[in-house]
Design a protein around this ligand. Structure first.
Ligand code: ZN
Length: 174
């Protein structure tokens, strides 16, 4: 098990668009497994590769594990490479947080239902129909791949206040 360091704001890798993956090799598969370990340890329900310092279009998700109990509590990470929204329906607002934006919550408007295409870790094409928390988490992680965080959904004022607070903490803690 390898838990990686999660990059936080204002690291500029979070504002960069990730690259399409054209070749799934052992390095990618190992990174994916490490990202899952990192997500479960955090704990979180999703993680994008640039959140661990890799500028490639890979996400891992498990929206069930964190809320499951007893025998239902099984880790079933889902990996998605080069995801794209091909269909969307409805809008819904809900508060979100992010492992890369600690101590911050914001209402984010997301599609209610989406269809996403991508490829899995074996290189097979994948089509997902998602709603609820799954749809929200997918859109959140795809935002990361496009160099966006929940801060981009905040007002300029709220965003600047947060960044100022973080920079002050970095200065203080060294
Ligand atoms: Zn996030």
């Amino acid at each position: 098990m390898t838990v990686m360091n999660i990059v936080t704001v204002p690291d500029t890798i979070l504002t960069k668009k990730t690259e399409t993956i054209s070749n799934i090799d052992d390095r990618i598969r190992k990174l994916a497994a490490n990202m899952a370990d990192t997500m479960y340890k955090a704990p979180g329900i999703g993680l994008a590769a640039n959140q661990v310092g890799e500028l490639i279009s890979l996400i891992v998700l498990d929206v069930k594990y964190a809320y499951a109990e007893g025998k239902d509590k099984r880790k079933i990470p889902m990996y998605l490479i080069n995801p794209k929204i091909t269909l969307s329906e409805g809008m819904v607002v809900k508060e979100e947080g992010c492992l890369s934006v600690p101590d911050f919550g914001i209402d984010v408007n997301r599609f209610e239902r989406i269809r996403v295409t991508g490829i899995d870790l074996d290189g097979n094409p994948l089509t997902l129909e998602a709603d609820g928390l799954f749809a929200r988490a997918l859109q959140h992680e795809m935002d990361h791949l496009n160099g966006k965080t929940i801060l981009d959904h905040a007002s300029v004022l709220k965003r600047n206040l947060y960044i100022r607070r973080v920079k002050k903490r970095i200065r203080r803690d060294g």
